[in-house]
Write a protein that binds this ligand. Structure first.
Ligand code: GAL
Length: 671
């Protein structure tokens, strides 16, 4: 999608809830302008209003709202309504209701609980989407399509079981022998002789075949994606120039987001960092990882911050208000990492219903007199000054591999340590050393392109997918540095362990090691390993490895494998392959990455000197400096900058207020 040249500032707007008091709609328009809102996401949950009975349509409310929005200079992100269907639909076609893993069909209720394969539901969704596209294709307010809402979950109905079997037939070339072999079904006498003998993994059924679970994950994910493709068909046909997005949820892994992202014109993320509940700096650090995932997922392109709460949420056990200023700061963190929008859930608080106490720009009082409204309006003013950043990229020489399919694989296998896998946490830990140093770092999948990086870190990359061995080999051969950690390249895409010693196949040569055994470390019995004369804790899982030519950089100092290598480096072609054989804590990852950063001369994106608890990020020509601590911090500027928000020149030591931020631009590139 082409950059818009301005930051989209908007949010979920559900005027359909105020159908009986349309005077509120006019007030909404007035207040939106006052808050600097330039877009609103409409129609997400409006199906029961626009199709109150099967085949009976009433678009009058949307017509009115879109016209009002256009008149007031507010663009529409128009949603397709499949996230919540009208009651008549489930009543007439019960097959659209989702069946749980227990085999019990849900009743009508809540939202997001449709069957993913139901032909009736797909037809109804496509029909309403087509009508929306035909009706609004030329509407000047229409800016973007928002497909459904937070696709998630799975359905175990008979139709889905049948579709699963068809999916398996395709995957295994209609050959049960191939499936039996790949699933290692000789084990416990599970050889199947008829496709009908296979069904989804269930608590009271088959749940110990990890290949089945992986296939089910892939099938469910593909079902969501094909549901999405069914939804967008009429939109692509009728409105080929209107970009399409769908909103996603952090590291939710019920869908392979890295695969879904490739189908979108722009990636969107609903972001609810728990600033109210946890140490703000720690939250900010972990959110740098999530934002980097979202930026990378779309191919190092901007993403939309599709939802965020301007104050509190209503779904944590206890919902504390965000402190004044935190929402704006949190939004700037997103913008600094690639967000081209700041959007809210929700514009106006519902009067009734499940989310009436969830934060909103407009509270029940209905005016501009609230703290939250004022803060949103102030942020709106600030965002207006940042238009040039849209489309701006972050060029990274470093990437961490965090692969959605590997997150499934590392959950399913049994062995070593069945309690501690924490795949995403592990990836985040290896991203942090770069993030803390202001060094841009992408977060990519195993199969993404490696060619623009100098350093790639692959934490806990247990699953080595087809052709990835060759990618790693040529990356290193051509001069790249690749870091792998414990349980690396153990199994293939069907979770079959590679024969011939680990890591798989030719990777033993690339890394110059052989990983002979792996050890599960119980909590409280952590061991130690030494690296550069410093001792580190070894935890959760360790590999016992042998050097087959690699230089030993560190050794274990506890347990019977004391003295064996724990960290190695192997020169291969023009590059280097590193192996960190133990699960470690942040200390080791930080020290080890610090050495790599020096060795490879990887520089932060600015020459500003800043303390470790400041987050600094350059996007395009703008430098965002964020302080998530309760104390004022100072950074040392390397030259004179222009402070975009205060509109003054700054030089020398620049104080960054507690819980505050500052956005700078180099003087010489001021337009
Ligand atoms: C999101 C959802 C919104 C709203 C919000 C509340 O996950 O998409 O519709 O429910 O949560 O935080």
């Amino acid at each position: 999608m082409e950059p818009l040249g301005y930051i989209v500032h908007g949010g979920d707007y559900n005027p359909d809830q105020w159908i009986d008091t349309p005077e509120i709609w006019d007030e909404d328009m007035r207040l939106m302008k006052e808050a600097g809102i330039n877009s609103a996401t409409v129609g997400i949950f409006a199906w029961s209003l626009i199709e109150p009975e099967e085949g009976v349509y009433d678009f009058s409310f949307l017509d009115t709202i879109l016209d009002k929005m256009h008149k007031n200079g507010i663009k529409a992100i128009l949603a397709t309504p499949s996230g919540a269907r009208p009651p008549w639909l489930s009543q007439k076609y019960p097959e659209v209701l989702r069946v749980e893993e227990t085999g019990i069909r849900n009743e009508f209720g809540v939202r997001h609980n449709h069957c993913l394969t139901s032909p009736v539901y797909r037809e109804k969704v496509q029909n309403i989407n087509r009508l929306l596209a035909e009706r609004y294709k030329d509407h000047p307010a229409l800016m973007m399509w928002h497909i459904s809402n937070e696709y998630s979950g799975e359905c175990h109905c008979e139709k889905c079981q049948k579709a699963f079997r068809e999916w398996l037939k395709k995957e295994y070339h209609n050959d049960l022998n191939e499936l039996n072999f790949k699933w290692w079904n000789g084990f416990w006498s599970h050889r199947v002789t008829d496709w009908e003998q296979i069904s989804s993994p269930k608590f009271r059924g088959e749940n110990h075949v990890s290949a089945l679970k992986l296939c089910w994950n892939r099938f469910v994910s593909d079902s969501h994606i094909s549901f999405f493709e069914n939804e967008i068909k009429p939109l692509r046909e009728i409105t080929p120039d209107i970009p399409i997005t769908t909103n996603m949820m952090g590291t939710y892994n019920g869908i392979d987001y890295q695969k879904l992202a490739k189908k979108l014109d722009i990636v969107s993320y609903d972001s609810y960092p728990p600033f109210d509940a946890e140490d703000p700096l720690e939250v900010a650090k972990s959110w740098t990882f999530i934002y980097d995932i979202y930026r990378s997922m779309g191919g190092n392109k901007p993403f939309f911050l599709m939802e965020s709460s301007p104050s509190l949420v209503n779904w944590r056990d206890v919902n504390k208000l965000l402190m004044p200023g935190r929402h704006a700061q949190s939004s700037m963190l997103a913008v600094s990492h690639g967000a081209d929008s700041v959007q809210y859930f929700q514009w106006r608080k519902s009067r009734g219903g499940h989310e009436k106490f969830h934060g909103a720009v407009v509270d029940h009082i209905g005016t501009n007199e609230t703290r939250v409204f004022r803060e949103v309006a102030k942020l709106g003013e600030q965002l207006k000054k940042l238009g040039e950043v849209t489309g701006g990229k972050c060029e990274s020489r470093v990437a961490v591999i965090c692969d959605w399919e590997n997150s499934w694989a590392t959950t399913h296998f049994h062995g070593y340590n069945n309690l501690r896998r924490d795949y995403f946490d592990e990836c985040q830990k290896w991203h942090l050393p770069f993030s803390l140093r202001g060094i841009p770092c992408d977060v990519i999948s195993e199969t993404d392109d490696y060619s623009s990086y100098d350093l790639i870190i692959a934490p806990f990359m247990y699953m080595l997918k087809t052709n990835v061995e060759e990618k790693i080999r040529s990356f290193v051969k051509n001069g790249g540095s690749f870091v792998a950690t414990y349980l690396f390249a153990v199994a293939d895409k069907d979770d079959m362990v590679y024969y011939g010693g680990l890591p798989a196949n030719g990777l033993k040569e690339v890394f110059g090691i052989w990983a002979e055994e792996s050890d599960g470390i119980p909590e409280g019995r952590e061991g130690t390993a030494e690296y550069n004369s410093k001792e580190y804790k070894t935890q959760h899982i360790c590999d016992v490895i042998h050097s087959k030519g690699a230089e030993v950089l560190g050794t274990y100092t506890s347990d019977f494998y004391a003295g064996e290598p724990s960290v190695t480096r192997n020169s291969y072609g023009k590059g280097k392959a590193y192996y960190a054989a133990f699960r470690n804590d942040e200390d080791f990852a930080d020290d080890f990455c610090s050495d790599l950063i020096k060795e490879l001369c990887i520089k932060p994106s600015t020459d500003i000197i800043f303390p470790r608890d400041i987050i600094i990020r350059k996007r395009g020509e703008l430098i965002f400096i964020l302080n998530f601590t309760d104390e004022e911090k100072a950074v040392t500027l390397d030259k004179t900058y222009y402070d975009i928000l205060s509109e003054t020149d700054v030089t020398g030591i620049l104080p960054i207020p507690e819980n505050g931020y500052c956005i700078l631009k180099q003087k010489e590139i001021l337009k």
